[in-house]
Design a protein around this ligand. Sequence first.
Ligand SMILES: *Cc1c(COP(=O)(O)O)cnc(C)c1O
Ligand SMILES: [Zn+2]
Length: 406
Amino acid sequence: MKNFLTHLECTNCSKIWSADELHSICPACGKVLFARYDLDQARAHFSQTTLRQRAGGMWRWFEIMPVRDEKNVITLGEGNTPLIPVPQLGKPFGASKLYVKEEGLNPTGSFKARGLSAAVSKAKELGVTSIGMPSAGNAGAALAAYGARAGLDIFIFMPQDTPEMMKREGAVYGAHVFLVKGLINDAGKIVKEQAAQRGWFDVSTLKEPYRAEGKKTLGLELAEQLDWTLPDAIIYPAGGGTGVVGMWKAFDELEQLGWIGNQRPKMIIVQAEGCAPLIKAYRAGVRHAELWQDAHTLAPGIRVPVAFADYLILDAVRNSGGTAVSVSDTAIVQAMNTIARTEGIFAAPEGAATFAAYQQLIHTGFLKPEERVVLFNTGSGLKTPELVTGNFPVLDPRDPNLSAKI
Ligand SMILES: *Cc1c(COP(=O)(O)O)cnc(C)c1O
Ligand SMILES: [Zn+2]
């Protein structure tokens, strides 16, 4: 397979950097770097037919992925997740074109697998031997798994109250896991300092160019699954925002390949009421979000008080005619139950938040029931079992009144 990666380009100052040297943020202005491809060449050498004939997950898109040599791809079968129609979930709203992109089926149970498969593969290709990263949980688990497979030394820093499962996943894959008194941004400060001293490569969200390339495949797959069209709206639970940034980039690249037209979905982001810096910035009409004080929500992946790529997320939301909403933790838990009971999907709280947002937006009339809408269930609810009911009657087979208890 040919690869058409050409260079890195700064999303802020447009300066060009080499994609064959290790880069994190833009050396000139400190903002987010994007991987760029020769899409004219890709258009000539990569077709929908070729793609269709390939088995496998997100690396089927190798031509427009950031690894130059196939041998360097570190994969666990991530991607190719189903786009599930959820008619029963939509029924109370008269919605018949509602879908869930089921990312809980990825290795390590969340869509973080996509970003970290890409980032770890590229880091390995560029000679990295140790990686540090702050994480709210799922990213750490994914980094640990791909890091193990790549034979790298992995250092993960999570808030102390991260769900138990995610801490232990990091540990079972052999990563060094540290718990931090504070939130993901506090963990990020430790990583920044220590990485500089110890020579780790820092793969914090959008502080290196390649996790977003893995998340880009969310958008590529969606277009393929909808037969080279895009939905009317996408609802995405935004923390650091890689998915929004990645998908938005994917749509542009697909258009340049000539595979889709210029129609774009409304990009809708959802955050929790207790941590909604991007929603606040959206409402204020600004491009940069302020640090959210005392962030709290039971959805760990979106408990992110500050997003480094805020300007890219907010640009995508605005340029697409989307919107930004917050939902309560109560609505999130209710949505987890509703999705599970109506459709058999045990969504992560972050994924469930997209359905809570959908209900709100149908109610306000921003979304119409006839619109084709994709909810991103970004992870599996199996990781946070404590969020759902766990009260079960206990039966004693010798109890003469057993029948009355059922
Ligand atoms: C990390 C995470 C998110 C937020 O993703 P970003 O790309 O950081 O916006 C949402 N849901 C789950 C389950 C996550 O793990
Ligand atoms: Zn720059």
